[in-house]
Structure formats: C-alpha cells, structure tokens
Design a protein around this ligand. Structure first.
Ligand code: ZN
Length: 193
C-alpha cells in the first residue's frame, strides 16, 4: 500500500542507491514505485556510460610543468643591457649633481637678476591666483542655490545643528563600517567547500 505523501527518490537517494547506502524507507518506496524504478535503471545506464569515459585527470607534475613554463628566463636583450642601464643611472646621477652645482654657483653670482625674476614670478602668480578667486566667487554667487545657503549659514544655531547632525552621521557611519569589516566569529560556508 502506498503512503501519502509520496516521497520519490531524490538525487541524493540515487547516489546512496549506487553506493548501497539507501535508507530503508527509500528502499521500500523503490519496491512499490514504478517511476522510481525506471529512474534508477536510467541512472544506472548513465553512471555505467560515464565510467567507460577516459579519465582526464592531470599528471602529478602538471602544476610544476606549468610553473616552469611561466618562469621564463630573462630575455637576452635585458641581460645584455643590464650593465649599460646601471652605467646610465650613474651618469644620470652625475648629471643631476653637476647641474645643481652649476645652478647654485650661477645663482651666487647673479643674485639681483635672480631676485627680479623671483619677484616678477611672484607678482604674476599672485595676479593669476587673485583672478581665479574672483572668477570662482562670481560663479558661486550667481548660482541659484547660493542665496538660500547664505541665508541658512547666517544663523549660528542652524549651522551648529548642521555640524552636530553631520558629526552624528559620521560616527554612525564609522560604526556601520566597523560592523561590516568585523570578521565573522563562526564558520562560514564556502562555495567550493
Ligand atoms: Zn517514486
């Protein structure tokens, strides 16, 4: 007599059947269910066919052979140029030292000219910076959101409220970040595990 609900064999039951460890209830069900008997016979055909396929397991030294191919010897050109590169580095350092020395000596003998250049550069830089500040300020004050923000910022109480709110949000975000970054204490199931 069939029990209700009908529990057909699952994929795990099929594996258990092939390894002769099928639970008694499932074994009883198999004797009375034609569907599951058909499924088991088809599954046995598939398993037997799979067993006849050639194995593609790599040889034990497979990983070593791959790694030796990756670790290629240095190209001949690099080996040839290595001493020349070292020499070039030395020449570059010497050039820098000589150039710095020349610059210092020249500066000592042409102080007035150098000072006038520095002053000219400072004046030009200051003018450019001031022009930039004015352009930015003009752009800012012509924005539609400038007036409401200025009105808002004119009240110290509102500013303090805004600063306090920002601080609270910042602290909350810090705690949330710590919570996210804390490692779980229990074991974690792994996709490949
Ligand atoms: Zn069944």
């Amino acid at each position: 007599m069939k029990r209700w609900p009908i529990n057909h064999l699952t994929a795990d039951d099929l594996d258990a059947f092939h390894s002769a460890s099928l639970p008694p209830e499932a074994r009883t069900h198999l004797t009375e269910c034609a569907d599951c008997q058909a499924m088991v016979s088809i599954d046995r055909v598939v398993v037997n066919a799979l067993a006849t396929l050639p194995s593609y397991a790599p040889r034990p030294d497979f990983a070593d052979r791959v790694l030796t191919r990756i670790r290629r010897p240095e190209p001949a050109l690099v080996r040839l140029l290595r001493p020349a590169l070292a020499g070039r580095r030395l020449a570059l350092a010497a050039t820098v030292v000589v150039a710095m020395g020349t610059s210092i000596i020249w500066s000592l003998f042409n102080r007035e000219l150098l000072l006038s250049w520095v002053q000219l550069a400072a004046v030009e830089t200051g003018r450019a910076v001031w022009l930039g500040v004015r352009v930015v300020a003009t752009n800012l004050t012509s924005q539609p959101w400038y007036l409401p923000i200025r009105e808002f910022a004119s009240s110290p109480g509102r500013l303090a409220f805004l600063a306090g709110g920002s601080f609270v949000t910042y602290v909350a975000a810090l705690f949330a970040l710590r919570r996210v970054l804390t490692l779980p204490s229990g074991p974690v199931s792994h996709a490949n595990g």
